[in-house]
Ligand binder design. Structure first.
Ligand code: URA
Length: 235
């Protein structure tokens, strides 16, 4: 692929911007400066750099983010900054979108991608992708609440009861809840329906992909092939 086109595809601006980057010797291909915007570059396993920041060549960009509290999962946020602001500009310019939404005050694993098909596969309710949450509750948890969550709770505007795929008490005020839908405020509403209240919410996993322990709030990393396998196992 032509270097200029490759840079454009990876979010480095218009063709003209990309050509200028190359001509100013700001781009390296496999470690070597390349000043020809029209050079034909082999993309397989390619790593290029712009101003010494490395980028893998990726047909689609998918990252996992440790979402901190205080960010909205929207491209046009209303009251708080968008989670997309935690990503570098070229990545945002690729048109990446969060896969499903977490509330502004929810923390944890958020996938962000420009792969429309993957986004659809993982967020479509029909696929029943398990999402694992840790909810800190206001009141002590008890077995009756767990039994109700597992039997199904009726939420306002939902025709059928919503059944938790798994629910367990981690400690007196921590519930581990797995749901397969992605309804608005789902966990908070389910917990409210059993007479308790969520005071803090954290997403620990999507399908078999867990939030990496070394990824701090606000940090992101590329989704690896191993991560992808863990994600699509549930498809
Ligand atoms: N359920 C909620 O209530 N909030 C979230 O952010 C995610 C699931």
């Amino acid at each position: 692929m032509q270097l200029e086109r490759l840079l454009q595809k990876h979010g480095f601006g218009t063709r003209k911007d990309c050509r200028a980057l190359v001509r100013r010797e700001r781009v390296r291909v496999n470690g070597e400066i390349c000043d020809d915007p029209f050079a034909d570059i082999a993309t397989d396993g390619l790593v290029f750099s712009v101003d010494d920041v490395e980028w893998p060549y990726l047909e689609h960009a998918t990252v996992l983010l440790h979402k901190p509290a205080g960010y909205e999962c929207s491209r046009k946020p209303q009251h708080h900054p968008s989670v997309l602001e935690l990503l570098p500009l070229p990545l945002r310019e690729r048109g990446v979108q969060p896969i499903g939404r977490l509330d502004e005050d929810t923390t944890g694993l958020l996938l962000i991608t420009d792969d429309g098909q993957l986004n659809h596969q993982l967020s479509s309710g029909k696929r029943k992708v398990p999402k694992v949450y840790l909810a800190t509750t206001k009141h002590p948890l008890d077995q009756a609440q767990i039994d109700q969550l597992l039997a199904g709770v009726l939420l306002h505007d939902e025709p059928e009861p919503i059944v938790a795929a798994a629910a367990e008490i981690v400690d007196e005020h921590t519930l581990r809840l797995t749901v397969t839908e992605g309804k608005y405020h789902q966990v908070k509403r389910m917990v409210a329906a059993v007479g308790n209240r969520v005071e803090a919410l954290h997403r620990a996993a999507v399908a078999e992909l867990e939030l990496p322990a070394d990824l701090k709030p606000g940090e992101w990393r590329w989704l690896s092939a191993v991560d992808m396998e863990k994600l699509v196992k549930s498809k």
